[in-house]
Design a protein around this ligand. Structure first.
Ligand code: 7RM
Length: 648
């Protein structure tokens, strides 16, 4: 990368930033790597503990054993609420909720939020929820979702949030995998032009086959008539009306589970990523404070959905543990029009804005007038997450949205990592469009070669792994520790393997190149190809399917499905429609393929393995250099794939 691609900040930036220069970053980074125990024991004191830990860190990646702050006792909801009220910040706004409809909004002070959380905690207790029980939450972006998370953490229940676009089948599988006792949902949802998302109805279909669920708590969001099952379903507002507002937080062990969040991998069913209490809270609190340079009074907005890890860590737990004002937005960037994000920024005078490259690309395409007609002077920091950001949208974000005044903070991390691992710091790190730059404190990234050796030096490329543990790291896959070991610690024994490839440039900056496994990143949504193939395979008449990604202007990656039909079954629009319906039913509308190509055969090796490399080339329309196809059982398949692709 050429040096003149560097974006340096003007000097006034460093005046009162938490990390004010690259030298300060280097100093603290070196300390965090050389003395992790000293470093993290100091940082951990930023949150409140009932009882201190007796061991800061204990990990063994070979056995996938990870523990932080052992025997320390704390409570997450206490740290996110009571603590601030007790220190006189009760009247400060905790959550600003902006509805899908611009005329609908709501604010909760810390005192008000605590009041709601205590009452809901009592509702859950009354329904039989005890410490360690799993509670499934299936909701849209409404304040009750955050209240539900905090209420669970108050009584030591483990929440498992299922993103509101997932289908009934997905919801059912997730509930069963962690045998949740309670489901919290809402009548129907509104999002963009969709004003009747059937949340309760989906929940009801899922609940036909979820023996562990004892009760369902239903929030009245829209007032649409929904079916309530006698003896099982209760209304949120009715229970809250009669609930006691006193509820002491349970003293949790640092390593007690806080939540499960399902994420897709390259094989098999989604994995229940388990995060625990102490290390996670320390990590998200500290990283939110430093990376967004959060200061008292700032208005912070992360546009993610709480159904994904970004929302867990950087809408709810990070900001609230820092006594921040965090915005929760129910809607979408293009409703009522393409200026919605910028209207919200001006309405609340947002200081830190955190979004995904896919949203930037979609907005950029609509032209600059939507942005230029707004003020946006309150913005100080612009973050991105979820997928590689390319130079055009980086520059648009920097120049048009930020008017050249705001650093672009490209944060690389994963559901598994709990918080951000590689990122610029606003006043310290000169940025380069497309690079996530340097590791956060305590993070030791390495690039590995295929044969498992660390690649030293700069100007190199390899597989991204992390050498030592950090407090926010996931602890296990719920119910399947062996799968945790196999997925993350077996590729390179002694390292956490991320599944991403990366380059390290001449300045030691990291450039994430994307997944090296069969996981797609579609509009920032992580989707396993194996799951989609399974769903397509359930369609009548389908013999086999293979799904790959291709570059897509807006979504980052698009999804291309190659489908072989059973002998005697002809391709038709009907079967195409059935395939899409099957994916929507099994997973959800966000996992629909963009292209479906019917092909009489898939390219396979003599041992029967599908050569995805070839399918990726066909999907990209890159037909000239198919590489070595000599190991294919039938090399003629390739020519057919190419000629059939013309019809897609
Ligand atoms: C936070 C989140 C994780 C995967 C990860 C990467 C990709 C995320 C960036 C990125 C390039 C980034 N969790 N990814 N952030 N790639 N630059 N700044 O997205 O579990 O849903 O996805 O997303 O491939 O492995 S996630």
């Amino acid at each position: 990368m050429s040096k003149n691609n560097n974006y340096k900040l003007s000097a006034d930036w460093s005046i009162d930033s938490h990390i004010s220069s690259l030298d300060k970053y280097n100093e603290l980074y070196n300390e965090s790597i050389q003395d992790p125990v000293g470093f993290w024991s100091r940082i951990a004191k930023r949150i409140s503990w009932y009882k201190p830990w007796n061991k800061v860190r204990d990990f063994d990646f070979e056995k996938a054993k990870i523990k932080w702050f052992e025997n320390g006792k704390l409570n997450v909801s206490y740290n996110c609420l009571d603590r601030h009220v007790e220190s006189g910040d009760g009247d400060k706004t905790a959550i600003i909720w902006e509805g899908n409809n611009p005329s609908e909004d709501k604010k909760f002070t810390y005192t008000e939020l605590l009041f709601e959380v205590k009452k809901l905690a009592n509702v859950l207790k009354k329904l039989g929820v005890e410490k360690g029980d799993r509670v499934c939450i299936y909701m849209q972006m409404i304040p009750e979702l955050s209240i539900a998370m905090l209420a669970c953490s108050r009584i030591g229940a483990v929440h498992s949030i299922v993103f509101g676009a997932f289908s009934a089948d997905s919801l059912r599988d997730r509930i069963n995998d962690s045998s949740c006792k309670i489901l919290i949902t809402q009548d129907t949802g509104v999002r963009g032009k969709k004003d009747n998302i059937p949340m309760k109805e989906n929940a009801d279909s899922a609940l036909f086959d979820t023996p562990s669920i004892k009760s369902v708590v239903v929030v009245k969001r829209t007032g649409v008539d929904v079916n309530m099952v006698e003896g099982r379903d209760v209304w949120w507002h009715e229970e809250m009306n009669i609930a006691d507002d006193r509820c002491d937080p349970v003293h949790m062990d640092a390593e007690d589970p806080l939540f499960i969040l399902y994420t897709s991998g390259s094989t098999g069913k989604p994995k229940g990523v388990l995060h625990t209490t102490g290390g996670y809270l320390v990590y998200v609190s500290f990283s939110h404070h430093i990376i967004f340079d959060y200061k008292d009074g700032d208005i912070y907005w992360c546009t993610a959905d709480i159904g994904w890890i970004t929302g867990h860590s950087y809408i709810v737990y990070g900001p609230l543990s820092n006594c921040a004002t965090t915005i929760m937005f129910e809607g979408v960037p293009n409703y009522p029009d393409y200026g919605r994000f910028w209207d919200i920024v001006d309405k609340y005078e947002v200081n830190q804005f955190y979004t995904a490259p896919t949203a930037l690309r979609a907005l950029m395409k609509e032209g600059n007038s939507w942005v230029k007609s707004r003020n946006l002077d309150s913005l100080r920091i612009l973050g991105t997450v979820g997928e590689p950001i390319k130079e055009p949208e980086w520059k648009w974000y920097y120049e048009i949205v930020g008017k050249g005044r705001c650093p672009i903070i490209d944060t690389w991390w994963q559901t598994e990592t709990g918080g951000v691992l590689i990122t610029p710091l606003p006043a310290a790190t000169p940025t380069k469009p497309g690079s996530a730059t340097l590791p956060f404190f305590g993070i030791h990234p390495v690039l590995m070669s295929d044969d498992g050796k660390e690649i030293e030096g700069n100007d190199v490329q390899g597989l991204l792994a992390i050498k030592t543990s950090w407090p926010g790291q996931m602890r296990t896959i719920y119910g399947d520790h062996q799968r945790f070991i196999d997925t993350y610690f077996s590729q390179f024994p002694g390292y956490y393997f991320t599944g991403d490839g990366a380059k390290r440039d001449g300045d030691g900056y990291y450039w994430i190149t994307g997944r090296v496994d069969d996981v797609l990143n579609i509009s920032g949504h992580r989707i396993g190809t194996a799951e989609v193939e399974g769903a397509i395979g359930k369609t009548n008449g389908v013999a086999e399917a293979a799904v790959v990604g291709f570059s897509h202007d807006i979504k980052g990656q698009g999804m291309y499905a190659f489908v072989t039909l059973m002998t005697g079954v002809d391709s038709s629009n009907k079967i195409r429609e059935n395939i899409i319906q099957s994916v929507v039913k099994e997973i959800g509308p966000h996992a629909k393929p963009d292209n479906i190509q019917f092909s009489p055969a898939l390219p396979k090796t003599r041992s029967g393995k599908i050569m995805r490399r070839i399918l990726r080339k066909v999907a990209e329309g890159d037909h000239d250099n198919m590489g070595d196809i000599s190991t294919l059982a039938d090399p003629l398949v390739v020519a057919n794939l190419i000629s059939d692709s013309a019809q897609v």
